[in-house]
Design a protein around this ligand. Structure first.
Ligand SMILES: Cc1cc2nc3c(=O)[nH]c(=O)nc-3n(C[C@H](O)[C@H](O)[C@H](O)COP(=O)(O)OP(=O)(O)OC[C@H]3O[C@@H](n4cnc5c(N)ncnc54)[C@H](O)[C@@H]3O)c2cc1C
Length: 465
């Protein structure tokens, strides 16, 4: 086998992975480094980690709803693996555990926070603690470090305690839910670390596009890759689709239909020169629907504009944001998806020019000091991509109905946090190891189960922020 400008020239491989986003890179790492499969080729037509995997807000959480405990179990496993990786690498990807802080000013939502904390405890996210007096022993999260022992959640309903620990939040905040085994890290650093370790264990990168998979006789036989130097055909008995927003297209090469959809999601990063969001803050999430704050003049102008009148309507819950970078960084990152219509993935993505203003105004509901930017919007960077997901927002990691073919995909808005758990599960499938109890919840075959299909009709909260 000889190296070429496009990476490798290979006639055979034990495993061919299509896609070097976080899913493909994590799959290569778990197969090569943790399962000892040496002959893995990772194919991508783009530079590794450059399509969806560098657009993420890079947060993680073990905070997921049911039905069942599969999501929490998979995510706990993924976070265990992330913590192992942080430990062994000297935390090259700067993982913290500041938590997710959900906030409400709606009295009706306050009991829901308590119910959610209890439900999460039952699902395995960790214990629920309640703080309803000014002297309660709520413990804030440290700004740095990934292995603080608190898990589960704290529900704070005493407003003086809220004010004492979170003076920068809206003064009418009535309750907080602080989910603890949550935080963020550098997704690019994580991906590069996994890729380097995988390459040290023999994984080869091939720059090119997977154009065809020969599955004559119902089993994988070879993969055709178009490269700058022409088409290479790689004989293999194992093919993994890790194609992100193109997963359905790649599965179709095998005659398999995946039940996937894509939603557009974007983030806005800007310099918070006024210091509205403290540098030590956790991820802040407003859980009430809101109307954007406008001046009377703005309101009149918007009401007169057919195009912009909708900015006076109520927006859905879920605006969120966090400080980004080290202590000296001024950057704040905001996200809010209020339009979740499925779309065809197209790159580069188009984002509403009004998005930064909507975000800043929306986020000023939870951090009022951000309102100072509303009249003079700071310059910043908007970028985004697609959440590629199943209808119920549960990922796919397991075999496809063609012998030797597998998928790791539908990682939705949680691919950075789940990639290690999903790749670990995929590697168990491929290496024939015993599977964890949650494996069926992430297999494509779950849709063949009538009981599961019945659940889909009445799924409830998908856990998407
Ligand atoms: C705005 C936004 C915020 C997000 N925030 C978070 C967050 O806070 N936490 C979190 O965990 N996740 C978050 N996510 C989700 C996360 O980014 C994704 O789940 C993850 O990046 C998906 O990774 P992937 O490897 O499946 O896909 P991708 O990164 O898109 O990689 C797929 C790769 O496959 C390649 N490919 C496709 N078809 C072919 C082919 N035929 N031949 C060769 N190569 C091919 C592509 O070139 C691409 O490189 C966010 C996403 C967005 C858009």
């Amino acid at each position: 086998m000889s190296s070429t400008a496009s990476g490798v020239s290979a006639k055979t491989a034990e495993v061919v992975i299509c896609g070097a986003g976080i899913a493909g890179v994590a799959a290569a790492y778990h197969l090569a480094v943790r399962r000892g499969i040496r002959d893995v080729i990772l194919v991508d037509e783009r530079p590794p980690l450059s399509l969806t995997s560098d657009k993420s807000a890079e947060c993680y959480r073990n905070w997921w709803p049911g039905p069942g405990d599969a999501m929490v179990s998979l995510m706990n496993r993924s976070i265990d693996l992330l913590e192992d990786l942080a430990r062994e690498s000297g935390d090259v990807f700067r993982m913290n555990r500041r938590g997710y802080l959900f906030a409400t000013a709606d009295p009706d939502r306050v009991p829901l926070f308590a119910a959610r904390a209890r439900e999460a405890a039952e699902l395995g996210a960790g214990p629920a603690r309640f703080h309803s007096t000014p002297t309660s022993d709520y413990e804030p999260a440290p700004a740095e470090g990934f292995d603080h022992p608190l898990t589960g959640s704290d529900v704070i309903t005493d407003t003086s305690l809220i004010r004492r620990h979170f003076p920068y939040l809206a003064p009418d905040t009535l309750a907080l839910l602080h989910a603890r085994r949550c935080g963020w890290f550098s997704g690019q650093q994580l991906g590069m670390y996994l890729l380097e370790r995988a390459r040290e264990s023999g994984v080869r990168l091939l720059e090119g596009r997977v154009e065809a998979v020969d599955s004559t006789g119902g089993r994988v036989r070879s993969v055709a890759v178009s490269t700058r130097g022409g088409t290479q055909t790689i004989s293999t008995r194992c093919f993994v689709s890790a194609a992100g927003p193109y997963s359905a297209r790649v599965a179709a090469l095998l005659g398999v239909k995946l039940p996937l959809l894509c939603e557009r999601h974007a983030k806005f990063a800007f310099n918070d020169v006024l210091g509205a969001v403290p540098r030590h803050a956790p991820l802040l999430i407003w859980t009430d629907p809101i109307r954007l704050p406008w001046s009377d003049d703005d309101r009149r102008e918007l009401a007169a504009s057919a195009e912009h009148r909708c900015l006076l309507d109520e927006f859905p819950a879920g605006v969120h944001g966090r400080p980004e970078g080290g202590r000296d960084s001024p950057v704040v990152l905001l996200i809010w998806t209020y339009d979740v219509e499925p779309v065809e993935p197209r790159f580069p993505i188009e984002v509403d020019p009004a998005y930064p203003e909507i975000l800043v105004r929306g986020m000023s509901r939870i951090v009022p000091a951000l309102g100072a930017y509303a009249s003079r919007l700071p310059r910043g960077v908007v970028d985004g991509g697609y959440y590629t997901k199943t209808g119920e927002n549960r990922l796919l990691a397991g075999p496809l109905p063609v012998e030797g073919a597998y998928v790791i995909g539908a990682l939705s808005g949680y691919g950075l946090m789940s990639a290690n758990g999903a790749a670990d599960l995929l590697a168990d499938h491929i290496s024939g190891r015993p599977l964890p109890a949650y494996a069926p919840a992430f297999s494509l075959a779950r849709y063949d189960d009538p009981a599961y299909r019945a659940l889909l009709d009445d799924w409830g909260d998908s856990g998407q922020l």
